[in-house]
Unconditional design. Structure first.
Length: 154
């Protein structure tokens, strides 16, 4: 498999919700990329959808608020979802968002961070910086663990 094809697979995997870089880095290492390459391409891929999410979700919320048949259902879901996140993120502010995204566990990545930032009313530019910092930290954690696993396996 050519380098371009491997990189494209890693970037695409990192950009998908749920899997994100937590799945893309191990994939990259399994495809023979170095830990550094795995980290770079996974972080870049994971950050690709974030600006679209931060500005798109905000636009989507405005549209939903104008739809009476949908507004009540969505508002109830949003309040339940943000209640779980708000204590952590509101307490620590942007640092809370960084830490939330940085924890390499399911449901705590860039996609969820963008949704949380939007539901909590965090402005897009500060949210983008916080999510970027969280993705960088999560990438270091996952790449380090992955590189250690590869080294042990050899």
């Amino acid at each position: 498999m050519e380098l371009f094809d491997r990189v494209l697979a890693v970037v695409t995997t990192a950009a998908t919700p749920v899997v994100e870089l937590r799945g893309a880095i191990p994939l990259a290492l399994a495809m023979g990329l170095s830990p550094w390459q795995a980290w770079v391409w996974s972080v870049l891929g994971n950050l690709l959808p974030v600006p679209l999410l931060l500005w798109g979700l905000r636009t989507g919320l405005v549209w939903v608020e104008r739809q009476p048949w949908l507004h009540g259902r969505f508002r109830a879901w949003g309040e339940r979802s943000s209640a779980r996140l708000s204590a952590k993120v509101k307490r620590w502010g942007l640092l809370g968002l960084v830490l939330f995204v940085a924890v390499p566990l399911p449901g705590t990545g860039a996609w969820t961070g963008a949704v949380a930032a939007t539901l909590l009313g965090i402005r897009p530019w500060p949210a983008l910086l916080a999510i970027t910092a969280g993705v960088v930290v999560a990438g270091v954690v996952v790449a380090t663990a992955g590189a250690a696993a590869v080294a042990i396996g050899q």
